[in-house]
Ligand binder design. Structure first.
Ligand code: PGA
Length: 252
């Protein structure tokens, strides 16, 4: 819990394209059995084929589950895509939207990401909207303008629904690299994102949870989560080990 604002910490795992039925069973049971009494909300975002497994392993626990992407469309001739309604059908609460790997490897533009955030909300899912700059953009001094552009594209379409999203700041250069933004660097960007949110809607914007993602691990989580506008984490690599994931959640 962020004591000054009463935003409850959210620790979200992003498994990416990892897992197997056997490995997931161990991981999900480890998370479920260690999740009681934590001060943070927990969720795991799993590959779509494992949603039913996550649902059966986590139902009745305090751990939520979600998807890593959803279609821009509600249904129809979109081979290979998964709709928000399908994610809801398997009990998902969350869905990651606009992860940098979707933006860079699958050509997702700010407009597509905004449309997917709306689609998620229409299906009763909480979108975890990802923003973040590349190393070149940071070195050119464009961090604020890049993340602001990415977030504004979503805020522009949300209207009254602004308070229903989660935002994740993930500097692209820190994802999976072992390089973490320092708590101060991350806080600086989070403060800028907070200004935009509050500027769009003072009350709803101050309640939106801002997660940090990018090589968050048990040994750096406490310092990151201590910052005023860091309300949780989006965890990739360290979410694949129950002990590490829970250790991060215990740092909150
Ligand atoms: P990482 O990934 O924790 O492995 O850096 C974070 C993410 O991409 O969401």
């Amino acid at each position: 819990m962020n004591q000054t604002t009463m935003r409850r910490t959210l620790i979200a795992g992003n498994w990416k394209m990892n897992g197997s039925v056997a490995a997931n069973a161990v991981l999900l049971e480890g998370i479920r059995s260690g999740a009681g009494g934590l001060a943070a909300d927990l969720t795991v975002c799993v590959p779509s084929p494992y949603l039913a497994q996550a649902q059966s392993a986590l139902s009745g626990s305090v751990v939520a589950w979600g998807g890593q992407d959803l279609s821009l469309h509600a249904s129809g001739a979109y081979t290979g895509e998964v709709s928000g309604a399908m994610l809801r059908d398997f009990g998902c609460q969350f869905v990651i939207v606009g992860h940098s790997e979707r933006r860079s490897l699958h050509g997702e533009t700010d407009a597509i990401v905004a449309g997917k955030a709306l689609q998620a909300l229409a299906c009763g899912l909480t979108p975890i909207v990802c923003v973040g700059e590349t190393l070149e953009e940071r070195e050119a001094g464009h961090t604020d303008s890049v993340v602001s552009r990415q977030l504004k594209a979503v805020l522009d379409v949300l209207g009254q629904q602004l308070g229903k999203i989660v935002v994740a700041y993930e500097p692209v250069w820190a994802i999976g690299t072992g390089k973490t933004a320092t708590p101060e660097m991350a806080q600086q960007v989070h403060a800028q994102l907070r200004r935009l949110l509050v500027g769009a809607d003072a009350v709803a914007g101050s309640g939106v949870r801002l997660l940090y993602g990018g090589s968050m691990k048990p040994d750096n989580a406490r310092d990151l989560l201590a910052m005023a506008d860091i309300d949780g984490g989006l965890i990739g690599g360290a979410s694949l080990k129950a002990e590490d994931f829970l250790a991060i959640a215990r740092s909150a």
